[in-house]
Write a protein that binds this ligand. Structure first.
Ligand code: NAD
Ligand code: UGA
Length: 464
């Protein structure tokens, strides 16, 4: 079976880049990405590709090449579903904020709405692909909805979790470590559906990098991968606190342990804490699933990864206050970086939000500079916490366009995102414009201690 028309529901950080790459690599397949968010779709269709809603290195070039040829963005969800042979569901699956499982379970309402819409619209057989990250056994719920349409349409459900990381999405999509496809491999129809999706990826991914499994293994592998990755960051961050107390340096420790090929060197960079829309959400989801199956030890084990991460963010902010003579009240503090990591404009769960909130509770005046994040987003992130009124947030937090403006007359500068441009700043000039003693806090182990101390900074870095 050859796929000719693909529809992707959800034009977000995953749907947009993933479909752009599929369209680029499969010019004979029409790919339509749909979303209910009109603003987002009109940004994807903006004449100037630099205005597409997601910043990812290399993405705008691919959109320029494929958009209008075989890549389309639309709000007409029904038509795209109707025309597609294969439908990816790539909608958000946030942590529930109400009812049973509040604060832990994944909220599957958007997924269910998609399934119901597909059930209502589809007139011929479709392959439905779970691209969103979902609790294990969600495919069963989708199947229950899709198998009760009464109109004789057959659906095959596949799980094809996405492993891209933001900031490197295009490279991750072009050269994936593996592509994972779960399906009903015990039936001929299931195998045919799996093979149809394998053929899509085989346009650019070597066959031995495309893994096929049963649906449940695929769903659970995605949660497992994120839990393992986040666990490494929490492990090294736990060591960073011990390093600060003992004179060891966390970068040296990470290098020494990472050279053991059994451990490996990636994801051992100590930081102010991991952020991003997924690590916390997916681990909480894993904890919830484990608890609901009575696996309390399993749940507690993974929950500790989150507890450690919260501690790291709080500890960083508390150390700033302590160092600034136990008070930041009325003091101007510059935060360099707001995105949860470099090379993305995504701020979801960014450590910077929590550090800022902590410092605001201590009555600091905050000035933020980030090269890619919009001012309204910074205020929206703070407002979302509901710690204080939005007027208060606007009064006490200023967003500026230059790191030099942010630092001027400040008591302290904190680097919270590892943007490359912070390496190249004129730190001498920044030091001169600050109040003395000038404190510099490196939450990313980005800056060189010696040169900063030579300039005259009081320098503090995570894990040393
Ligand atoms: P996102 O919030 O950026 O995008 C989701 C989009 O879906 C939104 O634009 C929303 O308007 C749209 N949507 C929701 N319900 C809809 C409906 N019924 N019809 C049409 N559109 C609808 O989310 P994202 O970051 O792209 O994440 C999507 C999924 O992929 C999540 O499950 C996430 O865990 C997973 N994931 C994310 C990443 C990442 O790096 N962001 C990586 C791997 C996996
Ligand atoms: C992560 C995974 O890496 C992806 O494989 C996965 O697809 C994705 O989650 C998802 O499911 O959403 P992402 O959150 O985009 O990707 O970015 P990461 O590079 O994993 O970074 C996450 C956070 O951990 C960032 O705040 C980053 O700064 C922090 N981090 C990462 C560290 O503090 N130290 C490290 O060594 C690595």
């Amino acid at each position: 079976m050859k796929i000719k028309n693909i529809c992707c529901i959800g034009a977000g950080y995953v749907g947009g880049p993933t479909m752009a790459v599929i369209a680029q690599k499969c010019p004979e397949v029409n790919v339509t990405v749909v979303d209910i968010n009109e603003q987002r779709i009109s940004a994807w269709n903006d004449k100037d590709v630099e205005n597409i809603p997601i910043y990812e290195p290399g993405l705008s070039e691919i959109v320029r090449e494929a958009r209008g040829r075989n890549l389309f963005f639309s709000t007409d969800v029904d038509s795209a579903i109707d025309q597609a042979d294969m439908i990816f569901i790539s909608v958000n699956t946030p942590t529930k904020t109400y009812g049973i499982g509040k604060g832990m379970a994944a909220d599957l309402k958007y997924i269910e709405l998609c399934a119901r819409q597909i059930a209502r619209v589809a007139k011929d057989d479709k392959i439905v692909v779970e691209k969103s990250t979902l609790p294990v056994r969600t495919a069963q719920a989708l199947k229950n909805i899709l198998d009760h349409t009464g109109n004789g349409v057959n659906f095959q459900i596949l799980s094809n979790p996405e492993f891209l990381a933001e900031g490197t999405a295009i490279d991750d999509l072009l050269y994936p470590d593996r592509v994972l496809i779960g399906g009903d491999i015990d039936s001929d129809e299931g195998k045919e559906a799996v093979n149809a999706l394998v053929d899509v990826y085989a346009h650019w991914v070597e066959k031995d990098h495309i893994l096929t499994t049963n649906v449940w293994s695929s769903e659970l592998s995605k949660l497992t991968a994120n839990a393992f990755l986040a666990q490494r960051v929490s492990s090294i961050n736990a060591m960073s606190e011990l390093c600060e107390k003992t004179g060891a340096d966390v970068n040296e420790v990470a290098k020494a342990v990472g050279m053991d090929t059994r451990i490996g060197s990636k994801f051992l960079k100590s930081s102010v804490g991991f952020g991003g829309s997924c690590f916390q959400k997916d681990i909480l989801n894993l904890v919830y699933i484990s608890k609901s199956m009575g696996l309390n030890e399993v749940a507690d084990y993974w929950e500790q990864v989150i507890i450690m991460n919260d501690h790291q963010k709080r500890r960083f902010a508390a150390n700033m206050v302590r160092t600034l003579f136990n008070t930041v009240s009325g003091k101007k503090i510059a935060l360099l970086g707001w995105a949860f990591k470099k090379d993305t404009n995504d701020t979801r769960e960014s450590a910077a939000i929590y550090v800022a909130d902590y410092l605001l509770n201590e009555q600091a005046e905050i000035v933020v500079y980030d090269p890619k994040v919009k001012t309204e987003q910074i205020y929206a992130d703070l407002d979302y916490l509901n710690t204080r009124s939005s007027e208060e947030n606007r009064k006490r937090v200023t967003v500026v366009n230059s790191p030099y403006e942010a630092s001027r007359d400040s008591h302290a500068v904190a680097v919270l995102t590892e943007w490359d441009e912070f390496l190249k700043l004129d730190w001498q000039k920044i030091h001169e414009s600050m109040l003395k003693p000038a404190f510099l806090f490196d939450g990313r182990r980005l800056l060189d201690r010696k040169t900063k101390e030579d300039i005259g900074f009081e320098f503090y870095a995570v894990g040393s």
